[in-house]
Design a protein around this ligand. Structure first.
Ligand SMILES: O=C(O)[C@H](O)[C@H](O)COP(=O)(O)O
Ligand SMILES: [Mg+2]
Length: 320
């Protein structure tokens, strides 16, 4: 795989025009690119409208499993982003269901144990699975060793873990029973590997990868990561949309998920990757990383092809 060692900073009109010329399809990360919590990032709506007017196609790819595609649809609409349909949205709760259906071939109507928010439960139900655990209020209780959820339900076929703000000892302990069960053989799907994410008011908050890795550690077993930078996830999105990878640009704020996702999609010329600085990667961190990429676990596979301060700047740059 070859990636550019020095990302091009998009700040002049000719840079933006070159991107427009080179790419037909855009994969947008959401947290830190499109919005921060419930607030759209300034200028993003105009950039998306500009790209659409220019015939560009797009998909939204988020590692955030807390909302279903249907709920994301409502969020796009409430933020005034027009023209988005369910087919444009790829959260990892949906990727988890696809993995159960296609890769693991878990039969429909099976029970699936969930540690995560309602997005996972809703997508499972829509696909014909039966979620258990998850947001069940009985799991909000203080830990009791005789709690009904500490006895495994023999009908459960797999475990899906994602982000949740309801991460308590009852949920950890009950999920652990399934991960240890049958000599640790039932599938363990993790929705993402993100350590943290950019929340409201400049806060950096714990993300789903922290929950998944907690469970991996306590169960002492690996998980199947269905989120970015999973190549399976990328291939499914490219195929579903009919996107030519050499004309596709991944836009994200995180090096080890989004940028690696775009870069790993490279075959021949490959997907491009554009880093924005409105989320989890600060200019200082990027500078430090580019000094010595090989010092980092994923090394050169995390070097973006391009950098822009904000996706919202694109329309101003091209019209300047
Ligand atoms: O677990 C989470 O909450 C997500 O990892 C985090 O929000 C990242 O989402 P993304 O940037 O992929 O939209
Ligand atoms: Mg992000």
């Amino acid at each position: 795989m070859t990636v550019k060692k020095n990302p091009l900073l998009i700040h002049r009109r000719e840079h933006a025009e070159a991107l427009l010329e080179k790419y037909d399809n855009f994969l947008f990360d959401c947290d830190g690119v499109i919005w921060l919590d419930e607030k759209i990032i300034e200028g993003v709506k105009d950039t998306l409208e500009f790209l659409k007017k220019n015939g560009k196609k797009f998909a939204f790819v988020t590692n955030n499993s807390s909302k279903s595609r249907q709920e994301y649809l409502a969020k796009f609409s409430s933020l005034g982003i027009q023209g988005v349909t369910k087919d444009h949205i790829f959260p990892t709760c949906y990727a988890a269901v696809q993995a159960l259906e296609s890769d693991l071939q878990v039969p429909k109507k099976s029970k699936i144990w969930v540690l995560g928010d309602s997005g996972i439960e809703d997508e499972l139900e829509e696909a014909g699975y039966i979620p258990v655990g998850g947001t069940d209020a009985r799991l909000n209780q203080a830990f009791r060793a005789d709690h009904e959820f500490l006895t495994v339900d023999p009908e459960v076929q797999a475990v899906v873990v994602g982000s949740t703000k309801e991460f308590n000892y009852m949920r950890i302990a009950s999920t652990l029973q399934y991960l240890l069960w049958k000599n640790k053989t039932i599938p363990f799907i993790g929705c993402n590997i993100d350590r943290s994410y950019p929340g409201p008011n400049g806060l950096i908050l714990p993300a789903g990868g922290s929950v998944v890795n907690y469970m991996q550690y306590t169960a002492d077993r690996d998980f199947i990561n269905v989120g970015k930078p999973s190549k399976v996830f990328l291939e499914a999105i490219l195929a579903k949309n009919g996107f030519d990878r050499s004309r596709t640009l991944m836009v994200g704020d995180t090096l080890y998920t989004d940028i690696k996702f775009g870069n790993d999609g490279q075959l021949g010329e490959g997907c491009g990757s554009l880093l924005v600085l409105t989320g989890g990667t600060t200019p200082e961190y990027l500078h430090q990383f580019l000094q010595n990429p090989n010092h980092y676990d994923e090394g050169e596979s995390m070097i973006p092809s391009y950098v822009i301060r904000s996706l919202g700047d694109f329309v101003d740059i091209i019209q300047s």
